[in-house]
Design a protein around this ligand. Structure first.
Ligand code: SAH
Length: 383
């Protein structure tokens, strides 16, 4: 009974389903035991019980390639929307407008919200966006639009942001309107794997801690490349697993199990490494691909979030926001454990969409014709 209960609860999504499966599992197990105890034609009863048990609570569905995978893409989309609908309010009250890690130099003392803004600025600088400021930016997985506003103030660009959460999209627009950026920035509910934008639309594609939610990383990078303008840049900052060692084809079973527990709480599918993102970027013909590992730069963040959860108004907010938010909070120590074990990495990948020769020549020509004309050099002095 215990084993069936554990099987059931380890493969189910929410608490109600877990409880139902637990009861069903127990009932099946009792039927099987009873059949055996009373010497009934046991093979039939026992086989049926086992069949029901497997179909109700498959420990690993046969078409699932990794124990990390818990939900179908559709279940994920709904779960992510619900998770952020219910948790964004409390996060904003306790942490503000940015829903991502902070950036810390060694032993640097700083306010954690400042560290989150530093993360945006450092990632833009690292990627080289400062050298070629974008005129239009797409924020993929925009949360409540914190990154979009920091970037728009920095470069004076226009922009769009997408999220799966209707609450976040509304809040992102309201905060941008209030900040006087409402005309420049537009937010909407849309799926990053099927974006409602024309090809070649934006100079900069920004994805801060949303890639880990994407069940199809290939489709994710394909969509980012599609909507990026030729000559434009893509920046992906994401939770990654460690790179596989030579000869390894997958993570260790205990690593897979740890990620599975994180995935259940944060509505994540199977993870990939930063090298996988780089490989996908290359598959889609992107150029100037660079990656980095900032795990050491962010490791002070989770302990700070955990401490903040113990403030009285955070605790109250947590209980008000419901089960998924509480479960998310309880899993936070696992992120620290994953980082300490060298399994969980904070990865960055940037790449440029190549311009065709014609486009590059046209851009250079317009840069030359719009450059201020210099006076001719003075004639050489007479001998
Ligand atoms: N980038 C924001 C929010 C990070 S939280 C910030 O740094 O503040 C992750 C975000 O990814 C959420 O807004 C969530 O809705 C979004 N997201 C996850 N999967 C998505 C998908 N398939 N399409 C669009 N947005 C997605």
């Amino acid at each position: 009974v215990v084993s069936v209960g554990l099987l059931a609860s380890s493969s189910a999504g929410d608490m109600r389903t877990q409880a139902t499966l637990l009861l069903l599992g127990c009932a099946c197990q009792c039927a099987a035991l009873r059949a055996t105890a009373f010497h009934k034609p046991t093979s039939f009863h026992a086989t049926r019980a086992v069949e029901v048990r497997l179909s109700v609570a498959p420990p690993e569905a046969p078409d699932v390639e990794s124990v990390q995978e818990l939900r179908s893409p559709e279940e994920l989309r709904k779960g992510i929307a619900k998770f952020y609908d219910s948790s964004s309010g409390i996060w904003e009250r306790v942490w503000g407008e940015h829903m991502h890690h902070g950036y810390y130099n060694d032993n640097e003392k700083k306010n954690h919200q400042e560290a989150q803004v530093d993360m945006i600025n450092e990632a833009l600088k690292w990627a080289g966006a400062d050298d070629n400021p974008p005129k239009s930016v797409l924020d993929v997985g925009c949360g409540i639009g914190g990154s979009s506003r920091v970037i728009a103030r920095k470069y004076g660009n226009t922009g769009a942001g997408i999220t799966l959460s209707p609450v976040q999209a509304g809040r992102a627009q309201a905060l941008s309107d209030a900040a006087g950026l409402g005309d420049a920035l537009q937010f909407q509910v849309a799926d990053a794997l099927d974006m409602p934008f024309e090809d070649n639309s934006f100079d900069l594609i920004w994805s801060m801690e949303s890639g880990e939610h994407m069940p199809d990383k290939r489709q994710f990078i394909s969509e980012l490349s599609r909507v990026c303008k030729p000559g434009g840049r893509i920046i992906v900052v994401a939770w990654c697993h460690r790179d596989l060692l030579p000869g390894e084809t997958q993570l260790l079973p205990r690593e897979e199990r740890l990620l599975r527990r994180i995935n259940r709480a944060y509505y994540l599918p199977r993870w990939c490494s930063v090298a996988d993102y780089a490989k996908l970027a290359s598959d889609f013909g992107l150029e100037q691909i660079r990656t980095d590992d900032w795990t050491d730069r962010v490791k002070r963040f989770w302990p700070a979030v955990i401490l903040s959860a113990f403030r009285p108004n955070s605790l109250l907010g947590l209980f008000r926001s419901g089960f998924t938010t509480i479960r998310g909070a309880l899993v936070m120590p696992l992120m620290i454990r994953g980082q300490r074990r060298g399994l969980v990495k904070f990865g960055l990948m940037t790449a440029v969409k190549p311009e065709s020769r014609v486009e590059a020549a046209a851009r250079q020509a317009s840069a030359v014709s719009s450059a201020p004309t210099r006076p001719p050099p003075p004639p050489p002095p007479p001998p």
